[in-house]
Design a protein around this ligand. Structure first.
Ligand code: G4P
Length: 295
């Protein structure tokens, strides 16, 4: 579900998270491993007010593993603990409570030194819509808890969910907004399916996707759609439309007069991309020298 973010929504969303911060020991900032920058809220440092934080790169099953490693190193360099998970299958989600305890070890050690029995670590998952918050909460809880697609400004009774014996999570995640004033961010989120087609035109999203992929991931496109002619300049719009038409022709997206039905071709490209059929793809690199993916 796509949320229309207006200034009032943002203020309410921020306030709701800050209310919840009083209840927790650690924030779990969920990002999409394919677009760690675009899926990040621009004000997250300000909103989390210095609360201990674990960064979780979700959907890592769909991301380029080498890029994910680079992102993990990048966040470590920024002073953040980070884990990469796949909430849809549960791969590595068990590292979340372990890492959370590690981050809070000093606080826990102090409680022990005072003779206190340390209670379970309390966490809150925060992230933009569609990043996988509900899926992760359900996965950590081992059952269906969170309703997907909840909205900012809609509150319900807070409950703690037990994650094993050593962690508790608030059942409603904190919903953040993306940096949507940046057009590049909008298109990258649309490519991953975080922003739906009602907001951006499907042909435009697919055009943008092909332009992004024609550079670093050309081999992927070439193999999936059996393309012959690589664009000599992936920044050249006409060449990108040409690639889209080639894909359309290969997939039988033809209209009268042999013209390519670009909207149909666009739908195929986006469905393939979002379902991981083009392979594991990351659209953003923390460093410019990210090596090209070997296919
Ligand atoms: P949200 O609460 O942050 O808004 O996100 P939500 O959990 O609803 O997840 C959004 C979509 O992302 C869902 O797909 C969900 O299955 C998918 N997803 C979440 N985590 C992962 C992951 O680690 N890997 C992959 N591959 N997908 C993930 P959907 O198509 O919107 O719904 P559905 O078809 O699963 O019902």
């Amino acid at each position: 579900m796509t949320i229309q973010w207006f200034p009032g929504h943002m203020t309410r969303a921020k306030r709701q998270i800050q209310e919840k911060l009083k209840l927790i020991d650690i924030a779990i900032e969920l990002l999409d491993a394919r677009v760690p920058l675009s899926s990040r809220n621009p004000m997250v440092d300000d909103i989390l007010q210095g609360k201990p934080r674990l960064i979780v790169l979700n959907k890592s099953d769909l991301a380029d593993p080498r890029a994910t490693e680079q992102w993990m190193a990048y966040f470590a360099h920024e002073g953040h603990e980070c884990v990469a998970v796949d909430s849809s299958t549960g791969t590595r989600v068990n590292e979340i409570p372990i890492k959370a305890k590690e981050i809070l070890h000093e606080k826990i050690a102090k409680q022990i030194a005072k003779g206190m029995n340390p209670r379970a670590v309390r966490g809150l998952i925060v992230g933009i819509p569609n990043v996988g918050k509900s899926t992760l909460i359900n996965r950590l809880a081992g059952r269906n808890i969170a309703a997907t697609g909840d909205k900012p400004g809609v509150t319900k009774g807070q409950q703690w969910i037990k994650v094993g014996t050593e962690m508790e999570l608030l059942d409603t995640p904190g919903i953040l907004w993306p940096k949507f004033e940046d057009q590049l961010v909008g298109y990258r989120l649309a490519m991953t399916g975080a922003i739906r087609e009602q907001i951006l035109n499907i042909d435009d999203i697919a055009f943008f996707a092909v332009r992004e992929l024609a550079g670093r991931y050309w081999k992927v496109l070439k193999e999936r759609y059996e393309l012959d002619n690589a664009p000599s300049d992936p920044e050249d719009n006409e060449q990108i439309v040409q690639v889209m038409e080639d894909i359309g022709r290969k997939r039988g997206c033809l209209m009268g007069g042999g013209r390519v039905d670009l909207e149909k071709a666009s739908g195929i490209i986006l469905r393939d991309l979002r379902a991981g059929k083009l392979g594991r793809i990351t659209l953003e690199a923390p460093y410019d020298d990210m090596p090209a993916r070997e296919v």
